[in-house]
Design a protein around this ligand. Sequence first.
Ligand code: URA
Length: 208
Amino acid sequence: MTLTIVDHPLVQHKLSLMRDKSTPTNQFRQLLREISHLIAYEVTRDLPLELCDIETPMRSMQAPVLTGKKLALVSILRAGNGLLDGVLELIPSARVGFVGLYRDEETLQPVQYYFKVPDDLQNRVVIAVDPMLATGNSSVAAIDLLKQAGARNVKFLCLLAAPEGIARMQEAHPDVDITTAAVDDCLSDIGYILPGLGDAGDRMFGTK
Ligand code: URA
């Protein structure tokens, strides 16, 4: 597993604003959109290019373009949708899937309620998105489901990760690379990331 921390100053600045509890929902959403562009830039860094013949207004040239390697973005509901929107703006032709999992507040275990993904996952680079890698239980369960559906090349994109979640992913899915904006200190006794930013879904949708 490769862990990439996107430590660009713009990402770190926007993340600090998102962490601040006085940041209102509309600004939180806008920041998430902006930051997701920047981390999507990093997660797509190794997409293959090929040369294509084009004519500029001046002369012909061979210009690099994406090979058209097939991508699928999979949002782990519901907070994943906030990241998904921004990533899709950069990769508008990607296919999109959704995995619905909620966290049982007592056991902290994921419970599945929805699963809909493109049917040719085995031929795609699959980027699973969820802003918070906390216990890792939901992310691991979502990737289990994606692999059962045929996915062979999965990357995981998040905003914040806890060391516990990274360890859990490494143990369950050592082949899955993780890209995140920061690795925080630890988990609280109810499985929240510390210092974190609170409940990402609540912060982005204005719920409590
Ligand atoms: N999910 C969240 O939204 N926040 C956390 O801190 C942990 C899991």
